[in-house]
Design a protein around this ligand. Structure first.
Ligand SMILES: N[C@@H](CCC(=O)N[C@@H](CS)C(=O)NCC(=O)O)C(=O)O
Length: 239
């Protein structure tokens, strides 16, 4: 293994000035550990093995550098070495997986992309809305928490149907759809774990447990200190 490969395979580390290899410009990822959108982006970067400079942010104190790159102020934001900015989590996933050529998460001829789109669209709109209300019912007193949970369950029922015919949402292997949705289902399940443990979604439970026990999840949830300009870069290394 040469030095550059070692750098690639050495896992998480800080840049080391004593290492005389010229720094290769890396994409910069503004991220927030528990954000499900940022989690899906990180999972694709890890799955492909793309290293980035990770800048963990605090949502109530976003860095000016991030807002300059993407004024809409949501994470994740990926800034490429050529200056291009990708500031939608789904687009970051696609960018990462496409750099690999034919990554298995995309399926043959990218068939999983089209199949995932309606699920991701529903996840990011009606399901996310229900999830926010179920998590914070005190902020949405128009209805009870049980009402919001039932709204979210409409999506869970659909996913359970998918998982009744195959172990993953789009078939026998993990795809971009699973990686995009799992962080959100995890949040929904975590609101009331006792309820989820006995809810009528056994396949969904297994699917979620397999994910939260996976190496991928461990890597996705790695903790980093909040970034400040001038900090030594933290390199988040893909597999
Ligand atoms: N459509 C965006 C949504 C990203 C998003 O809403 N992220 C949340 C954190 S989970 C955020 O940054 N919110 C802005 C804030 O809380 O100020 C994407 O897919 O990247």
């Amino acid at each position: 293994m040469n030095n550059i490969e070692q750098r690639r395979h050495s896992g998480l580390r800080r840049n080391d000035d004593s290492n005389k290899i010229p720094a290769m410009p890396l994409p910069v990822l503004y991220s927030f550990r528990r954000c499900p959108y940022a989690m899906r982006a990180r999972s694709a970067l890890i799955a492909v093995g793309i290293s980035v400079e990770l800048r963990e942010i605090v949502l109530r104190d976003k860095p000016a550098e991030m807002l300059t790159a993407s004024p809409k102020g949501s994470v994740p934001v990926l800034v490429l070495p050529d200056g291009r900015v990708i500031d939608e989590s789904w687009d970051i996933m696609l960018w990462a997986l496409r750099t690999h050529g034919a990554h298995p998460w995309l399926g043959e001829n990218e068939c999983h992309v089209g199949a995932a789109l309606p699920l991701v669209a529903e996840n990011d709109s009606t399901f996310k809305r229900a999830l926010d209300r179920y998590k914070y019912p005190e902020r949405f007193p128009e209805h009870s928490q049980a009402f919001y949970r039932e709204l979210g369950e409409e999506f869970l029922v659909r996913l359970e149907e998918h998982l009744a015919v195959a172990p993953f949402l789009l078939g026998d292997t993990m795809s971009i759809a699973d990686a995009a949705l799992l962080p959100f289902i995890r949040q929904f399940a975590a609101v009331d774990p006792d309820w989820f443990a006995s809810a009528p979604y056994p396949k969904l439970r297994t699917w979620l447990a397999d994910y939260t026990e996976s190496k991928l999840f461990m890597r996705v949830m790695q903790k980093f200190p909040a970034w400040q300009a001038g900090d030594t870069p933290i390199i988040f290394v893909g597999i």
